[in-house]
Ligand binder design. Structure first.
Ligand SMILES: *C1O[C@H](CO)[C@@H](O)[C@H](O)[C@H]1NC(C)=O
Ligand SMILES: *[C@@H]1O[C@H](CO)[C@@H](O)[C@H](O)[C@H]1NC(C)=O
Ligand SMILES: *[C@@H]1O[C@H](CO)[C@@H](O)[C@H](O)[C@H]1NC(C)=O
Ligand SMILES: *[C@@H]1O[C@H](CO)[C@@H](O)[C@H](O)[C@H]1NC(C)=O
Ligand SMILES: *[C@@H]1O[C@H](CO)[C@@H](O)[C@H](O)[C@H]1NC(C)=O
Length: 367
């Protein structure tokens, strides 16, 4: 046989040089999701000992069949809406439920996996009191998935699959909550450095496992969530966002922006898109009407002042029109807010998502 076969090694070498991850047939990219409750689609429901769970009503009231699924939302969350943008029905399944799937494991694995765990953060200490899966452990789980993929389709195909996969990470809010709950004496700038250094380690670990395309969602104005408005009232006696927390979120965003820019030079083929959750949410809070929101201060589901003194559960009070609320419970956005966020991440302008948006991140013809 006298045909010339280009060795696989050369192809991989070339694709590294060119920094491209191509898909021959244009199939949607697999999606791997890591992070916290904004993206958890049932991880913590698999851990009965976890104190950060949402697998009970009124959570899930707007999910198909009004089913509580462990999502901290009245329905779908951002991971679901991002999944839809890339051709899935919703978010990929949680890692912990894939383990129970048996023979259907493979079919699901090839679409991607969701590792996000409510209460978790960048630091292992964050949420440790609640029993959650910190980011480092989520990455260890991803490493297992990579082994499973390798066993299914081999090394080369796994490398190719991961190269064109999207890795969405939504984390950091709980680290900031932790900083204030612990009344930490670490100076703020030093704390930001600790978080950014941890983020850098996590991204490099994922890169070393084959991840190339990162869709990163930074910290929203956590000081404006109903629970922190309560804190502001208690501490300073005024109705407003708790601004020290927002300042930290803002500083985190610029530090993360710098980090990602600098990682680009050291990691061949690394590609990212950074969603500015602070700015997108703040713009809605300052000017809610065009987005269809009528209440951007209270929780839709909860109890007490701003519906933020108690958690959302079956006996909590529920707002009449959930589509007009920004916040579902004392910490989390409504399904409507999550849908808007996903739209902006997918196709928004550079003020909200940069240097490219998530649709461009997935686009192989536009490297
Ligand atoms: C982001 O996404 C859209 C849709 O894919 C794309 O057409 C557009 O050029 C991007 N927007 C900006 C402002 O870069
Ligand atoms: C864990 O809980 C204990 C007691 O409830 C508290 O003193 C400690 O600060 C908490 N640690 C963290 C990291 O939140
Ligand atoms: C996935 O990989 C891990 C670690 O190699 C292994 O223990 C586990 O059995 C695999 N699961 C499946 C379903 O293949
Ligand atoms: C937090 O720490 C400061 C000084 O370190 C102290 O004055 C303040 O009372 C503490 N607040 C709480 C709620 O523990
Ligand atoms: C709901 O949560 C509140 C605290 O916010 C608690 O008092 C109440 O017992 C809970 N209801 C149920 C059914 O667990």
């Amino acid at each position: 046989m006298a045909y010339i076969r280009i060795p696989t090694l050369v192809c991989l070498f070339l694709s590294t040089i060119l920094g491209t991850c191509t898909s021959a047939d244009g199939t949607p990219p697999p999606i791997f999701v890591l992070g916290d409750s904004t993206a958890d689609v049932g991880t913590n429901s698999h851990m009965p000992q976890s104190r950060a769970r949402a697998n009970f009503l009124h959570n899930g009231i707007d999910f198909p069949h009004s089913r509580p699924t462990g999502r901290f939302s009245n329905g779908f969350n951002s991971a679901d809406f991002l999944g839809k943008k890339f051709g899935l029905k919703r978010s990929p399944e949680p890692f912990l439920s894939l383990l129970t799937l048996g023979s259907r494991f493979k079919k699901h694995l090839l679409k991607g996996v969701n590792f996000a765990s409510g209460g978790a953060g960048l630091l292992d200490v964050t949420g440790s009191n609640l029993t959650v899966i910190p980011l480092s452990q989520q990455i260890a789980q991803f490493s297992t998935v990579r082994d499973n993929l390798t066993a299914l389709i081999g090394h080369d195909e796994t490398d190719k699959l991961l190269c064109r996969s999207l890795f969405f990470i939504s984390t950091g809010s709980n680290d900031i909550f932790g900083y204030f709950v612990a009344n930490s004496t670490i100076p703020k700038s030093e704390f930001i450095n600790i978080l950014i250094s941890a983020y850098s380690d996590h991204i490099v670990a994922l890169y070393n496992l084959g991840a190339r395309k990162f869709g990163i969602i930074s910290i929203p104005p956590v000081g404006c969530c109903p629970s922190q408005r309560l804190r502001q009232k208690a501490v300073n006696g005024v109705d407003d966002c708790f601004n020290p927390m927002n300042d930290l979120a803002l500083d985190f965003h610029s530090a993360l922006d710098n980090l990602l820019g600098s990682l680009t030079t050291g990691l061949p083929g690394f590609k990212y898109s950074l969603g500015n959750a602070f700015r997108m949410t703040m713009d809605v809070i300052r000017n809610p009407q065009p987005f269809g929101f009528e209440n951007v201060e209270s929780a839709c589901c909860g109890s007490g002042h701003l519906n933020a003194q108690g958690i959302c559960n079956r006996t909590a009070s529920l707002c009449p029109d959930r589509r007009t609320y920004l916040f579902w419970d004392l910490f989390h956005p409504t399904m409507k807010a999550s849908s808007l966020a996903a739209d902006t991440l997918y196709s928004g302008p550079p003020i909200y998502v940069s240097p490219i948006n998530f649709s461009q991140l997935a686009d192989n013809n536009n490297q």
